[in-house]
Design a binder for this molecule. Sequence first.
Ligand code: FRU
Length: 494
Amino acid sequence: MSREIMQRNIDRAQQEIDNKKEIVKAGRMRQHYHFMAQTGWLNDPNGLIYYKGRYHFFYQYNPYYGFWDYMHWGHAVSEDMLHWEYLPIALAPSEIYDDHMRGGCFSGSAIEHDGKLFLMFTGTTNDGKGFEQTQCIAYSEDGIHFEKYEGNPVLTPPEGVPTHQFRDPKVWKHEDTYYMVCGASRENKAQALLYRSEDMIHWTFFNVLAESRGEWGYMWECPDFFPMGDKYVLMFSPMGAGERTVVYMVGDFDYGTGKFTYHINGEIDWGFDYYAPQSFLAPDGRRLIAAWANCWDWMPFWKDWGPTYKEGWCGSYNIVREVRMTEEGTLAFVPIKELESLRIDAQRQERLVLVSEDKEIKAGDGVSFELKFKIALEETDADRLVLFLRCGGKKKTACVFDFKNAQIYIDRNESDGWSKGISKSDLCLLGKKELDVHIFSDQSSIELFSDNYRNNHSNNIFAGDEQNGITIRACGGKVTVTGIETYGLKECNR
Ligand code: FRU
């Protein structure tokens, strides 16, 4: 019976997608090469996995309209993480444990077990005790059609963890055992809880993997835990940690005690629109992450989710990044090499010396492009370098490299008449001869990578096609820029 209810809810949602997808496709603000859903609202990446020769991306999904609401798991597959084929919705709310009208099937992860594709997700419901969250299982023989386990839920919140703060299971396998980390809160402090299982069905609590003493907020959403060399990395999206919304920690993990001791922490992205990254392995061993390019209403800088709901959709993923460890043990987040296959119209200029006048840069059509350069710091004495992107009329987005105050900031107060705010990060210049900059622009977003991909900003802007100018300016002295490369980027997912 419950199988039929899920199928009915999936069919109803598919019908809605079919009715609207062509209209939504024509939306002016649709991204050209970032991953999006066909219609409606998308948030967190879920169940990212390379399975039977293709990348599977599942996603938090409300197919009906461009706002968060009754969450399904959307599903798409790709060979290169650029060109996508949409598959039927994988999970729809259907059971007493996952049918909260403002909730449904929340985030989780995927793993291969017993020849099947297993999903572990958070069911949300309200049977009189408030917003209740539990961990649940679904599986599939063909990787397309899923069945929920009849013994769900497989885990309920432990003593001391409020029922509404227990979610987002991320599963992995080590030797013959399955492990799972999930987000929780205890006495108003965030925790990552570690569980283990022999069969993906019976789970026992192992230890508190890591926790906040207050400095890292009251709840960790979408925790993820994975090895990098002989170290382990914990990533999470903290609630209540100010502007820090995507934190990583590097440290040592002991499978004997289930305890993680971190000695390095950093921010994956300082922009306004980068949240809930999830990691997965490529067949060649690369550790990749994808994230949701937007933010929540509880964040200090939130304005709203943007104007795209008028076009019947909202949300895309940031470009997929490869996680690499640097010599000093911090992490770098490098755009995947697959993106190079989209490059067209390559241009190169070896050297540009900026003194007082603005210089124009041409990169593709000025909307969908890639721009790379280095700032030669030894031949630079200016206070700032300002790069104006998506300029047109009086509108523009300013990317500022402030050498005097050692900061990078991206100002979107004049971007489009809608966006607001300045994202900021500290810029480490000590001992550096040059500073590398790498930018990806798409219809509704700008992603800036700098300092060997360790200092990154992802911001959405909703600029029209007529905003396609790029200018660069030195303020208060001279800036020398070298190795300028620009590319247009082919459309692959509209
Ligand atoms: C993070 C999150 C998760 C939750 C999901 C709901 O963005 O709030 O904690 O599972 O989104 O859509």
